[in-house]
Design a protein around this ligand. Structure first.
Ligand code: SF4
Length: 457
């Protein structure tokens, strides 16, 4: 067990997060300390950080990073940056400096690799030239459908395999919640900038149920779906039918997501999916015939037993299928997933292979005309790497950008939905979460409804 006494800090949270990138959770302790090193504390594997007593947290983190790097031999490419939104500090710097200055400052301040700094520069460049300023007086809306045909091995979401009757009961309550939230939004003059129906897999619902939901959203919030970005995830291809996609299209949905994760049949089986790569091809074909403007496709780098060649051939096919948005995720193995239960340290393996996959994705997508437009990181991702959304120019998702900016209210409806109220005066977000279990959502429905009042206190 390593012990790190860190001098002159208020709390050890950021240092603990940084140590986690290098060492297993039970392999170290970070201790906020004040004063001179005391010999008896510093036994074997104990270290004293910030002996000179600097008040500059970034400087102390750099010293700590170098110490951890010396102990483990690792140099994680995001340097001392541990937050989930690496673009935020980069854009802050861009307010005062050029994008190329930002790249240099990020490498010096956070010790990040030049490749990651240049990725941030590409994303900043895209956003600064293609995305309008933040209309903070508007809101985004997320609606959760917590059902899937089977549960993926890495899933830690509020997703359930449930019989059709339970979908009906859930939907009945969700429709009431939509009506209630829509009435409050009307009374308070809230306008929506974007809507995202995710989950789970929304297309687990049948065509009529999808129609009821979208009509209720449009009626309750007084919107014409064609007038704003409206996304419905059709993530699992085994839930896609021509009838469902035609319904979505007819009701004004312009953007859908079909999420292969891999185009290799063996991998799909290994991760617990009940469909083949051919079903993904068919799903794309139906979506194209139906005429959606934007199809997003997610791929995951680091799936069990995949090598860089497997990843490359999946990505080549997704580019060929013509997805306008491609989101490259690094596998995150969170608590609650089967993969985590079978191998708690899974996310510490294969870092080099996954780095190669991400490098490949950058080369292939850039040469196919895609641009990186948003980025985020999650806990327990392989190699503490990242997720990047790529788009053909002009085809970005404004919802994905807004939820990363943290400067707009997000109305969250349904089981597992986490909403946020933005208080512009204080530049602060207040979290308002529904329960994630869909049965408890129905049991405690009155409470879920009354939580909507908190958006307008
Ligand atoms: S499709 Fe997504 S939400 Fe559904 S089980 Fe797989 S990871 Fe979970």
């Amino acid at each position: 067990m390593y012990r790190f006494y860190i001098n002159n800090i208020d709390d050890d949270y950021h240092f603990m997060e940084l140590a986690r990138v290098f060492l297993p959770d039970d392999g170290f302790e970070t201790i906020a300390y004040s004063g001179k090193p005391v010999a008896h504390l510093l036994g074997t594997d104990s270290y004293f950080v910030n002996e000179k007593g600097s008040n500059d947290r970034e400087e102390v983190k750099r010293e700590f990073y170098e110490l951890l790097s010396g102990i483990t031999g690792m140099r994680p490419p995001w340097g001392t940056l541990t937050g989930v939104r690496p673009l935020k500090p980069a854009l802050e710097i861009c307010k005062e400096s050029s994008v190329s200055d930002m790249e240099r400052i990020m490498t010096e301040r956070y010790l990040m690799s030049s490749r990651k700094a240049s990725l941030l520069a590409d994303i900043a460049d895209y956003q600064l030239s293609h995305v309008t300023g933040i209309p903070w007086e508007k809101a985004s809306m997320y609606i959760g459908i917590p059902f899937c045909p089977t549960r993926c091995a890495y899933c830690s979401f509020a997703s359930n395999v449930a019989p059709a009757e339970e979908h009906g009961i859930y939907l009945e309550n969700l429709l009431k919640e939509v009506s209630y939230a829509g009435r409050l939004a009307g009374e308070n003059g809230t306008q929506l900038e974007s809507i995202y129906i995710g989950g789970g897999t929304p297309t687990t619902l049948d065509s009529l149920q999808l129609e009821m939901l979208i009509n209720r959203v449009s009626g309750a919030f007084g919107i014409d779906p064609y007038s704003l970005e409206f996304t419905v995830e059709a993530g699992r291809p085994d839930t896609i039918t021509k009838e469902k996609l035609e319904t979505l299209k007819r009701l004004g949905i312009t953007r859908i997501s079909i999420n292969p994760q891999s185009m290799k049949d063996k991998t799909l089986k290994l991760i617990g999916r009940d469909h083949k790569a051919d079903d993904i091809r068919k799903g794309f074909h139906i979506a194209r015939e139906t005429g959606f403007e934007v199809i997003n496709a997610d791929l995951i780098a680091g799936l069990p037993e995949e090598d860089a060649d497997d990843f490359e051939s999946s990505l080549r096919e997704i580019i060929y299928l013509g997805a306008e948005n491609i989101t490259i995720h690094t596998l995150s193995v969170k608590r609650g997933s089967r993969l985590r239960e079978s191998d708690p340290a899974y996310f510490r393996h294969n870092t080099e292979t996954v780095s190669t996959m991400l490098d490949l994705s950058r080369e292939m997508l850039s040469s196919a005309g895609y641009r990186p437009y948003y980025i985020y990181r999650q806990k327990h991702q392989i190699g503490a790497l990242e997720n990047v959304g790529w788009c053909l120019p002009g085809k970005h998702s404004i919802y994905n950008i807004r939820i990363m900016e943290d400067k707009q209210t997000v109305i969250g409806l349904g089981a597992g939905a986490v909403g946020k109220v933005y208080h512009p005066g204080e530049d602060r977000l207040e979290r308002i979460a529904n329960v994630s279990n869909y049965k408890i959502y129905s049991e405690r429905f009155d409470e879920m409804i009354s939580r909507k009042d908190e958006y307008y206190k």
